[in-house]
Design a protein around this ligand. Structure first.
Ligand code: CA
Length: 241
């Protein structure tokens, strides 16, 4: 689990707030507490949280209104409402105000933490996905590699690669111009313990060429460096997307 989730607790009762803070810090969250609506809105204006735990029963502004304002400030933050009331009407009103979920007091620490862990798993998965999208790499118009879905397109056409073909291609594409010997490729893609020989590499390179080169007999991307090994020559048209 990511160790730096940031959480904002909005709870006017200091004891309840500090108990929650303690629980969340136990799973490596950075926790801030707001005891009043104006404090929480100010905090939500100044930084982004992964999760806001909002007590519905606050003095001052109505909890639902606080939720609406928090939602307006933090479009992608998970907001969970805590309330002593658990009627269907409250639940609907809370969700309409922008809460993602609803926990009815009294709740057990175990129940709350199970909910939080499940939430952070989703948050982490989304974060990883977003990160991978940034890593999507295009080499000119010829080749695109989406590291999130492991999808490879060659001249716009989706191309199915085996796992080793994909790993090889990714190694080359990430290191354009770098010359790799067959032994280095074996180490990098198959691992030191692999018992196979260097013909394995030739076989995979040839198969990869038939999939990515316009003419595999005259490879332009995956070139042979005679007497040494192979290199990827996509460097001139490399760009990140
Ligand atoms: Ca309260």
């Amino acid at each position: 689990m990511n160790t730096s989730h940031s959480v904002l607790i909005v709870e006017d009762e200091p004891e309840a707030a500090s108990a929650l803070k303690h629980l969340l810090e136990g799973v490596f969250c950075k926790v801030e507490v707001a005891l009043a609506d104006d404090t929480c809105l100010r905090l939500a204006q100044s930084k982004t949280f992964d999760l806001i735990v909002l007590d519905l029963m606050l003095p001052g502004l109505d909890g639902l209104e606080v939720c609406r304002r928090l939602r307006a400030l933090q479009a992608y933050t998970a907001i969970v409402m805590l309330t002593a009331r658990g009627s269907e009407v409250d639940r609907v009103a809370g969700l309409q105000a922008g809460a993602d979920d609803y926990i009815t007091k009294p709740y057990s620490a175990a129940e709350f933490m199970a909910w939080v862990r499940a939430l952070f798993r989703r948050v982490d998965a989304l974060f990883e996905q977003a990160k991978s999208v940034e890593k999507m790499t295009r080499i000119g118009q010829t080749l695109s590699i989406d590291t999130r879905s492991r999808e490879v397109r060659v001249r716009g056409q989706r191309t199915v690669l085996t796992r080793k073909e994909y790993d090889l291609l990714l190694l080359f594409a990430r290191n354009p111009g770098q010359v790799y010997s067959r032994a280095q490729l074996l180490d990098a893609v198959w691992g030191y313990t692999y018992e196979g020989d260097e013909h394995t590499i030739e076989c995979h390179i040839n198969r990869l060429r038939t999939k990515i080169e316009a003419n595999s007999a005259k490879p332009k991307l995956l070139r042979t460096v005679w007497g040494v090994g192979y290199k990827f020559s996509g460097v001139a048209t490399w760009s990140g997307a």
